[in-house]
Design a protein around this ligand. Structure first.
Ligand code: FMN
Length: 293
């Protein structure tokens, strides 16, 4: 059992788990691929084989299915209003299945293995999607339903997560003009900034047909060879097609913001191995406990 001496309350502006990640990726800059799980509450494809319904009975709704995929963490984002809760910033395509999974069930968990330092960070929290303000009302209402806008105390948060996002992200989705969030952070400006920072090759991925749909529905592999491979910011003299492609890509591009509430850190780079958990306990404090590795 952990003694009181093993607990540390960290009021630091930058939590120790963040410092550990920053230290690791400062040495291994390309080790920013994580795997993030979400819950799919209306699985259709691939079929959920864990609970087959006999053909003779009425089909029952399949149980929720866990999904997982790789993502790139692009940066930390620390809002001046919440200095002790760093957000993780990734990006995605608004049309991908993870978006509806997150908007329905924002609780996520991710695993970040940094091979260079032999360290694993397992982060539990909530994810929020910040789409283009031009996206349809359906997306915007999705966000409104799933993410109440008002800040609550973080007390008692832990691996279970389960509270509203506290960063005014939801108001971006639903606010008139899609501009500034309640607490003054301009999420649309950030979204455009991150989009522009992507390579021209990456930008082109957001103006392809909907990811995950059958290629045959879009002309097959031969048609795919003609899709744009690079997109540059248009100038006045750019062609109408180039301008259209830029707009399409920017409209499909979405920020994926992860708000951690619990971090399980395992250090296999030291002997004996060490393991710590960090629980956000509210008022900007993280409680740290060393665990058996
Ligand atoms: C190394 C690597 C990095 C990736 N990074 C991202 C990313 O940052 N954002 C993203 O949406 N998809 C990324 N993908 C693709 C996803 O893993 C996934 O295939 C795609 O987004 C569809 O996911 P979904 O069907 O769960 O929505 C990456 C894939 C790999 C292999």
């Amino acid at each position: 059992m952990a003694s009181a001496a093993q607990h540390h309350l960290s009021p630091a502006a930058s939590p120790r788990w963040k410092q550990l990640i920053e230290s690791a990726i400062s040495k291994f800059k390309d080790q920013v691929v994580i795997q993030m799980s979400t819950l799919d509450t209306s699985p259709t494809s691939p079929p959920n084989t864990s609970s087959p319904s006999p053909a003779t009975t009425t089909p029952t709704k399949p149980p929720p299915q866990v999904r997982v995929r790789s993502l790139i963490i692009r940066s930390f984002l620390t809002l001046p209003t919440h200095p002790s809760t760093p957000l993780l910033l990734s990006s995605t395509d608004i049309r991908t299945p993870k978006v509806s999974q997150i908007t329905t069930t924002p609780q996520i968990e991710l695993a970040w293995w940094i091979d260079g330092t032999k360290q694993q960070f397992r982060i539990t929290g909530r994810a929020v999607v910040v789409p283009s303000p031009t996206q349809t009302q359906a997306y915007r209402q999705f966000q409104l339903v799933s993410l109440p806008q008002k800040e609550k105390s973080g007390k008692g948060r832990g691996p279970g997560g389960g509270e509203a996002s506290r960063f005014g992200v939801a108001s971006v989705q639903v606010g008139e003009g899609g501009g500034k969030a309640e607490e003054g952070f301009d999420w649309e400006k950030k979204r455009v900034e991150v989009f522009k920072s992507m390579s021209s090759h990456m930008k082109a991925t957001w103006c392809r047909p909907t990811p995950g749909t059958p290629l045959s529905a879009h002309g097959g592999p031969d048609a795919a060879k003609k899709w744009p491979v690079k997109i540059e910011e248009p100038t006045e003299s750019s062609s109408e097609e180039d301008k259209r492609n830029w707009e399409t890509a920017l409209n499909n591009f979405a920020l994926l913001v992860i708000e951690p509430s619990y971090v399980d850190f395992v250090d296999l780079g030291v002997v004996p191995n060490r393991r710590f958990e960090f629980v956000e306990v509210g008022e900007g404090k993280w409680e740290e406990t060393e665990l058996v590795a």
